[in-house]
Design a protein around this ligand. Structure first.
Ligand code: IVH
Length: 664
């Protein structure tokens, strides 16, 4: 019978998968595996209604979900407290002993990935969830099905929940990054982010192609299986078919055992095929675990020892130069990608010429790299004894790498600058202005991020900002940008699309067009399309817009590059209409010219001027016989005397507020 054969093939292939991926001990050859798999695929294609959830063909991915469902963790998924040195381990041990316990500990490796909860019913895999905030996680069942070391069927038909870590091997990360480098895509910064990024995909094809793996290390409900020791739980889970790190795990009877384990893996860590960022120490007896209990965040019966920052060797393949928004030139080390403390490092800042010279770095050198503060990569020194003679001496550039104009440095200072005001690197400044608070007001897109995204070529123009959402997967994998911060940023970008026209006009950075002019234009013309069509003469007729501003506006809107960019922005859904309050002419202000002098405390000068204009008034900076009212704040200037001299009505701050309040 075909159906029986199908079940037979599933059993053979699942066993072979387990032997290969979990036991690391293949039971059949690759050719045999492929032959059986092809036979199974043929049967399943002929009889699609026969396909079962635990078929090994399901692990190739392809399942696409619409959104991540929320999952409630009935037993919270807690994190661990950290210890960083021997003294803190001793303290952890004595806190336990104070409770009258003489503990045995299980020492485990702290896998650098993301934690997962797996649920089975009657021995069949039913669902998988991320940790989330510990209480509510996200359903990632479709992606976890693609992980070959997560069994779809257990050796016993029981209901069970187990927890562990999904991770990506060092080899997979390096291969993936090689491909990304060749394709010009930003590198994945570390195995943890790469694994997390793969799991947070709606289409399971991505996870399937990323070759993820999973170690199981926690049984939340040991009593249900009459299990009294953590070590027993680990063996139990291993016998059910889970991949447990039993080669590494070690049962120890005292603190010396813990320290030996830590010392061994501090050295051995570099030889492991996966990243670890520490060692986890857990008391073995479940009864003692119960007695010790939990704090709000973590169990008191376990802790994580975190490794100190590592130094590794790699090759300095090039020194390149970047230009910051102020024109500052920075040399950067281009490195053969290496993993340092869990992150792939391919670049590091070399700060300035003096820094490179003082370290005597040459292109081609073998250098030692460290992650300072565990975050920023740093070139520590060159291994001069490894030089072959083929290394190239460092030479500071003389021209800007972007605009090719000569660069210079001030006497006594270390940094070179490109002084060309038209250097494209100055775009960065324009981008910062565009996103600033009084322009498009995109929270989270500040100077540093814009510089980063500019250098990574994610944002070169205003419209690129509105394309960022398409790069979400690459962005969340950048060092220092988590899921949450990128999602908040994308949200802020989306919100900014609805800004009123005056913000967009101000944000464009048209020479001499400040906030006030932008507002005048937006109120008068209501739509960007109308402003674009306005002639220089018409601009000049607007009070407060002089010939220089009028010419600046015309030049800006006559430039085809600018027009193309504005068109793109419109196509991307950026609002180009004035959305502020409608003009509501108020007789106290209408057709009058106001001059303000001194400090007004309760309202900013710009806002006051804008409101006066909204109510039909005009503002001017000089007092003359044409001035209707002079508004006088504290410590007024000579304009106050002039007003008295010309007998012009004077309003105090209280007067102006009273008149304004009747309208707003
Ligand atoms: S035990 C209640 N064991 O480290 C026990 N966690 O900083 C919970 N981790 O959220 C965890 N390897 O994602 C445990 N052998 C291991 C681990 C491990 C990695 C992760 C896990 C946890 C985080 C805590």
């Amino acid at each position: 019978m075909d159906k029986e054969r199908m079940y037979e093939l599933i059993t053979i292939l699942n066993k072979a998968n387990y032997a290969y991926h979990v036991l690391d001990n293949p039971s059949i050859t690759d050719q045999e595996f492929d032959k059986y798999l092809r036979e199974l695929i043929t049967l399943e294609t002929l009889h699609p209604d026969w396909v079962v959830a635990d078929s090994p063909t399901r692990s190739v991915g392809g399942e696409v979900i619409e959104s991540f469902k929320k999952v409630n963790h009935t037993i919270p998924m807690l994190s661990l407290s950290n210890v960083f040195n021997e003294d803190e381990i001793i303290e952890f041990d004595s806190r336990i002993k104070k409770e009258g316990i003489t503990p045995q500990y299980v020492c485990e490796l702290k896998i650098d990935g993301l934690s997962v909860s797996l649920k089975y019913q009657q021995g069949k895999f039913v669902s998988a969830a991320t940790r989330g905030d510990g209480t509510i996680g996200e359903d990632i069942t479709h992606n976890v099905k693609t992980i070959k070391t997560v069994p779809m069927t257990l050796t016993k038909a029981i209901d069970i929940e187990v927890r562990g870590e999904i991770y990506m091997s060092k080899k997979t990360l390096l291969e993936l990054n090689k491909k990304r480098e060749a394709a010009g895509i930003p590198l994945l910064q570390n195995a943890r982010n790469a694994a997390a990024g793969s799991i947070r995909q709606l289409d399971s094809k991505v996870a399937a192609s990323r070759n993820l793996d999973c170690f199981i290390y926690h049984l939340p409900n040991p009593e249900d299986y009459k299990i009294e020791y953590h070590q027993e739980a680990l063996d139990f889970m291993e016998n059910l078919g889970f991949k447990v790190n039993s080669k590494a795990n070690r049962l120890v009877t005292d603190i010396n055992g813990i320290l030996e384990f830590i010392n061994y893996y501090t050295k051995e860590r570099a030889n492991l095929s996966y990243d670890i960022d520490g060692v986890v120490i857990k008391t073995n007896s479940i009864k003692e675990q119960k007695q010790l209990g939990f704090t709000a965040k973590s169990p008191k019966w376990a802790t994580a020892y975190k490794f100190p920052a590592l130094e590794v060797l790699t090759k300095l393949t090039d020194i390149t130069f970047t230009v910051g928004r102020t024109g500052q030139i920075t040399p950067n080390a281009v490195l053969e990608p290496v993993i340092v403390a869990g992150s792939t490092i391919a670049r590091a800042t070399l700060h300035n010429e003096d820094y490179v010279v003082s370290k005597d770095l040459k292109v081609g050198d073998i250098v030692s790299i460290r992650k300072a503060g565990d975050v920023i990569p740093e070139v520590v020194s060159a291994k001069k004894e490894r030089r072959t003679g083929a290394e190239l001496p460092f030479k500071m550039i003389t021209k800007c790498p972007i605009c090719h104009e000569l660069i210079s440095k001030k006497p006594g200072l270390v940094d070179y600058f490109c002084l060309n005001p038209f250097c494209p690197a100055r775009h960065i400044e324009g981008l910062i202005h565009f996103t600033s608070r009084h322009a498009m007001n995109i929270e989270g897109l500040g100077e540093r991020i814009i510089e980063d995204f500019f250098n990574l070529k994610f944002i070169l123009t205003f419209s690129d900002i509105y394309h960022l959402a398409e790069h979400r997967d690459s962005l969340i994998e950048l060092e220092g940008y988590g899921n949450k911060s990128i999602d908040n940023l994308l949200k802020a970008i989306e919100i900014s699309k609805n800004s009123s026209l005056e913000r967009l006009i101000f944000g464009l950075g048209i020479p001499s067009v400040g906030e006030k002019t932008a507002k005048i234009l937006a109120i008068k013309y209501q739509k960007l399309e109308t402003i674009i069509k306005t002639t220089e003469e018409e601009f000049k007729e607007i009070p407060d817009i002089g010939p220089i501003v009028a010419e600046g506006l015309k030049t800006y809107f006559a430039n085809p590059t600018n027009l193309k960019e504005l068109n793109t922005l419109m196509e991307l859904g950026i609002n180009t209409t004035y959305l502020g309050p409608k003009v509501q002419v108020n007789p106290n202000f209408n057709n009058k010219t106001f001059v303000i002098t001194g400090t007004i405390d309760s309202i900013s000068r710009t806002d006051l001027e804008a409101k006066i204009e909204l109510l039909g008034g005009k503002t001017s900076s000089t007092v003359s016989k044409n001035t209707s009212v002079v508004i006088v704040g504290s410590t007024p200037g000579s304009k106050y005397n002039k007003a008295i001299e010309l007998n012009i009505p004077i309003w105090t701050e209280t007067d102006v507020l009273t008149y304004l309040n009747s309208s707003f």
